[in-house]
Design a protein around this ligand. Structure first.
Ligand code: NAD
Length: 319
């Protein structure tokens, strides 16, 4: 018999138990972030297999209770993570997925609405900025309660690439990308620091080359990384799973953090009615604040180009 949990019991429901949903469930369990993890998918049998596989490794690792549920399990969830949808095929852009995944999202949101009690909704399925905006519009919750992983994975790849280039661990590199989770992502070079020191100052002091061509190469590598992984193995799922752990911990364990995630902008940088990533305070009520720090003119230009692109795509999928 299943124990009865109360609100605040660190309950996370994951909708879509494919590669991404199952990897998230596994990563959450290993890190012991949730007390209760519910997995929902239209493919019930496969999901039973995934949940059992993860459950069986837990006695020596964590305390989460992981099981397969249905939409009625959205009741009392502190966090609902949406990964349902099909994956990007080799050579396909994230936008090519849009209309199929918008339809899937719509049916998922209608089912969530029947049982939603409280809690944050985190969108992972692609194209994440478009789906985040649509999910936010359909749910009608206070701004920030629905948000998307956005540029958190791109940022993680960026930090990794910079750390590898300068030969230090990722923990001392602080930087982020903004805009679209996709081809028009924008590295914010003007805010990139190493151990709190602006990176150009650090590189000049220790004798590491830091110029436009190095930056272009890092930006290009970061931007192509998702497509390269898909080309090599057909999908990406581990990277996003660990990024989601960071966000889930901030939400269900009340450890607010700052991350570049996607949410519907409400006039920040003069932009509204579109969801894109900017550095945001993420905590128990989702995106609690978007930070309006200053960038340089190229960075603003890149960000506004991304705004226009995502807006155009939103029009296409909404028509
Ligand atoms: P997948 O095909 O392995 O899994 C998708 C799952 O969704 C399947 O198990 C399928 O049965 C399920 N599903 C489909 N329709 C459903 C519905 N109506 N209700 C419930 N479940 C449903 O794909 P994946 O590799 O897990 O990727 C999932 C999504 O995550 C894709 O859109 C992918 O592009 C995206 N993704 C996003 C990021 C990011 O950084 N935001 C990173 C990687 C993947």
């Amino acid at each position: 018999m299943r124990p009865v949990y109360k609100i605040g019991s660190r309950k996370i429901t994951i909708i879509g138990a494919g590669f991404v949903g199952s990897s998230i469930s596994y990563a959450l369990a290993l890190r012991d972030i949730a007390r209760e993890i519910v997995m929902i998918d239209i493919n019930q049998e496969k999901t039973e297999g995934e949940a059992l596989d993860i459950r069986h490794g837990l006695p020596s690792m964590g305390t989460s209770d992981i099981y397969v549920g249905d939409y009625s399990d959205c009741v009392n969830s502190d966090l609902i993570i949406i990964t349902a949808g099909r994956n990007r095929r080799n050579g396909e852009s994230r936008l090519d997925l849009a209309s199929d995944n918008v339809d899937i999202l719509h049916s998922v949101i209608k089912s969530i609405q029947k049982y939603y009690t409280h809690g944050v909704i985190l969108v992972i399925s692609n194209p994440v900025d478009i789906l985040t905006y649509k999910a936010d519009e359909w749910m009608g919750l206070p701004n920030g309660m629905v948000f998307g992983s956005g540029c958190i994975l791109d940022t993680s790849r960026f930090v990794r690439t910079v750390a590898d280039y300068i030969g230090l661990s990722t923990g001392v590199v602080n930087g982020y990308l903004v805009g679209e989770h996709g081809d028009s992502q924008v590295p914010v070079w003007s805010r990139l620091t190493v151990g709190g020191i602006p990176i150009d100052e650090y590189c000049s002091d220790v004798g590491i080359l830091w110029n436009q061509s190095v930056r272009n190469e890092i930006a290009e590598r970061t931007q192509k990384m998702g497509a390269d992984i898909i080309h090599a193995k057909g999908k990406t799922h581990y990277g996003i799973a660990t990024c989601v752990c960071h966000l889930a911990d901030a939400i269900v364990n009340q450890r607010p953090t700052i991350a570049s995630v996607s949410s519907t902008l409400m006039g920040e940088h003069g932009v509204r009615n579109v969801a894109l990533s900017v550095p945001s305070v993420v905590g128990p009520s989702g995106v609690q604040q978007r930070i309006r720090e200053k960038w340089d003119s190229d960075e603003y230009r890149g960000f506004f180009d991304a705004v226009e692109k995502v807006r155009e795509n939103l029009k296409i999928v909404s028509s």
